[in-house]
Write a protein that binds this ligand. Sequence first.
Ligand SMILES: [Fe+2]
Length: 300
Amino acid sequence: MRNNINKPKIPSPGITSAFITAQRRHSEETRVLGLIHRFTELLPHKPTVKEVCEHLVRVMIEETDFENCSVVLRAANSAYYGFCGKVTTVSRAVVAIGFHEVQNICLCALLMQHFHSEAVNQKEQMQLWQHSFATGGLARSIAQLRPWIQTEESYVLGLLHDLGRMVLMFYFLDDYHQIHKLATESSVSFYVAEERHGMPHTLIGKWLAIKWHLPTVYQIVMEYHHVPLSAPQSQKEVSLIYLADVLAYAEDIANQPNQDYVNECCDQLYISKDEWQYLGEKAIAIRNESVNMWNMLKPA
Ligand SMILES: [Fe+2]
């Protein structure tokens, strides 16, 4: 009996693994908060989108200089841009494919570096990234039809619209799995399951946009891109991203479950039936481009 009293208590395997899971989750949350804090510190009080991109690129270059330069060179030399082997420096890449393209590649590479994990289902992360690239590309295509919409900002708005889902997928994996299970068992969309679970990606995205001091339009787009008619302001940008999001997913643009939203958003941007048809055809090519973009930038 005496020996038993002095023996240290060994926790059961269940308790140990729960403790490790809690610890891991805590360190993941600390990591994402640290990352946000670092970006926030680097940003001026009210930066423009260009400044935000430049700061993000600077953080990326500081952290992994060689890797990120190689990402730009690899991208510029890929079949996607058609400069096979001719671009040897980043400044040449700027001349060859343009500053905005280099900036977008850096932004995509930066985000993929931080929103990537071996622990997450590879197909699901690939689908999320390809969808983000396609939404960015389609937002830019719609903006090109309307000279009063800023083309490059449209791309970044589209690229970042589902940032909240990336946070969910890569930093709150347990919740992500629970939402997945809930969506499958209840036969509801992933977004509805997120709301029932209490963690909609729209609110996480808005919270991150505020923490990163992104302009208000980013906060609004992230929060309202699934309910565009409820946006309190920036209706044109929200409509733009709603339509780009629909086009990026849709196989058949003529049969949309939320056709009222589509019609209303098309009206906001004066998009005619013929233009919508044209964008539907364009979407096929852009979805293919987004596959190439993923293949070009995916972490080795
Ligand atoms: Fe979304």
